[in-house]
Every structure is written in structure tokens, then in C-alpha cells.
Design a protein around this ligand. Structure first.
Ligand code: BGC
Length: 502
């Protein structure tokens, strides 16, 4: 047995304990120090967050353009992504940064409205297509594989004006767009992601309305959205499977994000509450795709609450048998985004009925500990052990599947080049991931850092920076400047050592 493996085995794992009382593990713990050789490392971005050029060369408007222009007050510093990191012009600088770090692949998204300005395939914007071909060629020339997200929250405004993700037609609009992308870009793409983080699309976009298109319909529209997102993903995946897989030899999946939910105590009630919350957050999307339907606890809870609230039927729209069969097994690997964790406790009143919204439909309480370190936003607590627990739970719950971490990273407000906190975050999160691989037998094959460059962090504007490279958003040339964390990741990729020395 190799010395590195022995070292790894001797390191103590903290999994299996309940988080409450684990405050000594709250920040930056290291349980493993060697990143296995088989783990590919990549970086990620999304179109609206980096591209800029919001209306150049025939691009159509999408919901984030519209939201940011119509409601600047909803964005920190009244910022918008009109120019952002200007990757439309500086994509070569992005690729140069990736080359410097030595990543294996780049996960980025296509802006639907850049290639289909009004969302439909009768009007293709060649200049938009050409832009992505330039990016693919630059990646190819630098030996970096492409992982492409078809949808990272930017539905064309023309389609949103017809109801967007609430209109059943969105399923076919999306499938047409996906098929076109497979045709146009298939030869360049190694892995496809149909949709990024349905949770944010539906619960932020149509539930609480905090994100574009900012159409609040808590407890109702957010479930209609979820149903359509899952059907759109499934149909787009099946088109890929039937019409493209054999020739393209690539893979396809959906990215589902999840926090970790830790029971507050060792009580049975809190354990059940935490599991319920996991099912409402991750299971809501993973269960249909992996097992074939909404999680039973969602079906039961929402039916019970809906009745008590005076609705005639459950607010959770059911899937038909055909739809269950359509959605089930539409993934080639599990793609998981993860950033933070929560504590969960049960609501013990048996007659409890919450408000009409997805969060309260879970019927449990969740919170974050003030002792946990915080990144640039209040919700963003640093809890490395939560990552390890989440990975083990995904394996236990959904079986021994390949897992690709499609996003993990941390924000700060300054974009400092001396970002030791980011090194600490990446190191400790990776360490807990490696722990789950070695000790938990979890089959993680790739790890993706969000993000290669500072970019537009949605409603936090430019006030939250997550890049390995700093970008000064007031410099028209937007130079990409290496932070310490980029050198750290470069070294990890080369030496596989998560610490200064191993
Ligand atoms: C999203 C990214 C975002 C990141 C950091 C993820 O939920 O996919 O677009 O920038 O989190 O907040």
C-alpha cells in the first residue's frame, strides 16, 4: 500500500456525528491531504455572469437583462450584467487563465437568447453561434475539455412574456433549443448539462420572486415551474440519447444543487426533519430523475397542508405514469453543486400547518449557526464537513453512482489577491470530499471550482466575488489578475497535495 494511502487512512474523519456541538469543526477542517489522481479538476462560469455584450451582434434580451434594467434597486450597487467580465470580448483571457491553472475542463453556459434572440428556432443568430464556436476552438487549442450548460437561468424575455417556465409550451421550446445546440456544438462538447439548479429557477424565480423573472407565486407557481423544468430536462436528455449519443460520444445530465441539512439533536424527530428537508431540497429534483417521481414525503406533506389551507387539491402537480417513465433515468452521472449547510429541527405540534410556500411545506425549521464562518453573503456559511456528509448521503440514498461536483467555491467582498480564506475553503471542502471518497466509498470523479474569474453574482452584483482571478469591473480591458487561490489550485492539480507539503 502506498504511503499516501496510509497517511490518508490515519487521518481522523468526523462524519457520523451530529453537527450540533461540532463547532470546533466549523471552519476549515482538514481530514485528508491527497487529492486522488483520478479526480479531474475544472472551473465554471455562466453566460450572464461573465459575457456582457447583452445586446451586441443580434443577441436577444433575456429575463436577467430585463429584471436588472427594470429593477436596478433589486441589485446591490444597482449593478447589472450588461458588460460584466466582458468575456464576449475577453474569452481568450479566460482560457489563458484556465491554462495557467492547468484545469482539465471548463464548465460554461450558452445564452439561449444569444443564439435564438426570441427563443424560438425559426430565427438563429449566426453571430451568436460564431461566438461560441470561437470559445470552443480556443479551449480545444489549449487542451481544455468543454462541459456545456444549456440553461443557467436566462430564458429569453420573449418566452417569459408568454409565461416562461409556467407555460407548458416551455418544454418544447427548450427541447428545440437543446437539439439545435447538440447539432451546432456537439463535436466540441464532452459533457452536457441541460439545466443548472432548478431550485433557483423555480423557488427564487417564481416562488419568492427574488430572482428573475421575479414573479412571486409561492407554493403554487414554483411547483408548476419545477414540473416543467423536469419535463424539459427529461425530453432534452432523451433527444440527446436517441439522436446524438452514438455519434457525439458525449454525456448528458442535469445539475442539482444541495446544501447539507444536519439534525439539531440526536432525537428521532430531528433526524426525520433533516431527512424531510433534504428531500424537499435535493430529492425534489433528484428523486424524479433517479427514482421516477416526487419524493413521497413531498407528495404527502403538500397534500395534507393544501387540504388544511382550504385548497381542493394538492398544490404539487402530479406526474402521470408516462411522465414518471419519461423523467426516470435521464442522467449519465450525478452533477452536484454545493456551497453551505443548515441545521434542522422538527416542529413537534402535530396540527402544525405552515404558510403557502415551498419552504414551509417541508414542515421543519432550519437555521445556520452564528459560530460558522461567513462568506460575502449571510446565507453563505462555511461548513466543510457538511460537504462530506452530503456526498455520503447522496450515495446512501441514490446508490453507488458517479458524482461530478459541478460547483464549489467561496465569495468575498473585496476580490483581494491575497485570498488565503479561499485557499482554506477549497482545501477543507476538497479534503472532506476526499474523505467521502476513501472512507465512504463515494464515486466522485471531478471537482469544479466556481469560478475562474470574478463575475456578476446575480442580485449581489459585483459585491460578492468568487473568482480565482480578480477582474476590475471599472477597467474597460478587464484584465484577469491571478489571486493566490489560482496558484494554490494550480499546485494541487500538479502535485495532488492539498497542503503546503504532503
Ligand atoms: C450558481 C452560480 C452562482 C454560485 C455562487 C450557484 O448557485 O449556479 O451561478 O454564482 O452559486 O452563488
Amino acid at each position: 500500500m502506498k504511503l499516501s494511502y496510509l497517511l490518508v487512512i490515519f487521518f481522523v474523519s468526523i462524519s457520523g456525528s451530529v453537527g450540533d456541538g461540532d463547532d470546533e469543526f466549523a471552519n476549515y477542517t482538514i481530514t485528508k491531504r491527497i487529492l486522488p489522481k483520478h479526480i479531474a479538476v475544472g472551473v465554471a462560469t455562466a453566460a450572464y455572469q461573465i459575457e456582457g455584450a447583452w445586446n451586441l451582434d443580434g443577441k436577444g434580451e433575456q429575463v436577467w437583462d430585463t429584471f436588472a434594467h427594470e429593477h436596478p434597486e433589486r441589485f446591490a450597487g444597482r449593478a447589472n450584467g450588461d458588460v460584466a467580465s466582458d468575456s464576449y470580448h475577453f474569452y481568450k483571457e479566460d482560457v489563458a487563465a484556465m491554462k495557467e491553472v492547468g484545469v482539465n475542463y471548463y464548465r460554461f453556459s450558452i445564452a439561449w437568447s444569444r443564439i435564438l434572440p426570441d427563443g424560438t428556432v425559426n430565427n438563429i443568430n449566426q453571430a451568436g453561434v460564431d461566438y461560441y464556436v470561437r470559445v470552443f476552438k480556443e479551449l480545444e487549442a489549449n487542451g481544455i475539455e468543454a462541459m456545456v450548460t444549456l440553461y443557467h437561468w436566462d430564458i429569453p424575455t420573449a418566452l417569459e412574456n408568454q409565461g416562461g417556465w409556467l407555460n407548458p409550451k416551455v418544454v418544447d421550446w427548450f427541447v428545440d433549443y437543446a437539439r439545435l445546440c447538440y447539432k451546432l456544438f456537439g463535436k466540441y462538447v464532452k459533457s452536457w448539462v441541460t439545466i443548472n439548479e432548478p431550485k433557483q429557477i423555480c423557488h427564487s424565480g417564481y416562488g419568492n420572486g427574488g430572482f428573475a423573472p421575479a414573479k412571486p407565486s409561492p407554493g403554487i407557481g414554483e411547483y408548476v415551474c419545477a414540473r416543467h423544468v423536469l419535463l424539459a430536462h427529461a425530453k432534452a436528455w432523451r433527444v440527446f440519447d436517441r439522436e446524438f449519443r452514438a455519434t457525439l460520444k458525449s454525456r448528458n445530465t442535469i445539475v442539482i444543487d444541495s446544501d447539507w441539512y444536519e439534525p439539531t439533536s440526536y432525537s428521532e424527530a430531528d433526524a426525520v426533519a433533516a431527512e424531510t428537508k433534504r428531500q424537499f431540497v435535493y430529492g425534489m429534483y433528484a428523486n424524479p430523475v433517479i427514482k421516477g417521481n416526487w419524493p413521497q414525503v413531498m407528495i404527502d406533506n403538500i397534500a395534507r397542508f393544501s387540504k388544511a389551507q382550504g385548497f381542493n387539491e394538492s398544490r404539487l402537480p402530479p406526474f402521470s405514469e408516462e411522465e414518471v417513465a419519461l423523467i426516470k433515468d435521464t442522467y449519465d452521472f450525478i452533477a452536484l453543486n454545493h456551497y453551505t449547510s443548515y441545521m434542522v429541527s422538527a416542529i413537534t405540534d402535530p396540527n402544525h400547518v405552515g404558510g403557502v410556500n415551498w419552504d414551509e411545506d417541508s414542515g421543519v425549521k432550519s437555521y445556520q449557526k452564528s459560530s460558522w464562518g461567513t462568506a460575502a453573503a449571510g446565507w453563505f456559511k462555511i461548513v466543510p464537513w457538511g460537504f462530506g456528509k452530503l456526498l455520503r448521503w447522496v450515495k446512501e440514498t441514490y446508490g453507488d453512482k458517479e458524482i461530478v461536483i459541478t460547483e464549489n467555491g467561496v465569495s468575498d467582498t473585496t476580490g483581494t489577491l491575497r485570498d488565503q480564506h479561499r485557499i482554506d475553503y477549497l482545501r477543507s471542502y476538497m479534503s472532506h470530499m476526499v474523505d467521502a471518497i476513501y472512507d465512504g466509498g463515494v464515486n466522485v470523479t471531478s471537482y469544479t471550482v466556481w469560478s475562474i474569474i470574478d463575475n456578476f453574482e446575480w442580485t449581489q452584483g459585483f459585491g460578492a466575488k468568487l473568482g480565482l482571478y480578480y477582474v476590475n469591473m471599472s477597467d474597460p480591458l478587464r484584465p484577469r489578475i491571478a489571486k493566490d487561490s489560482s496558484r494554490y489550485l494550480a499546485k494541487v492539480i500538479k502535485t495532488r497535495c492539498l497542503l503546503d507539503s504532503c
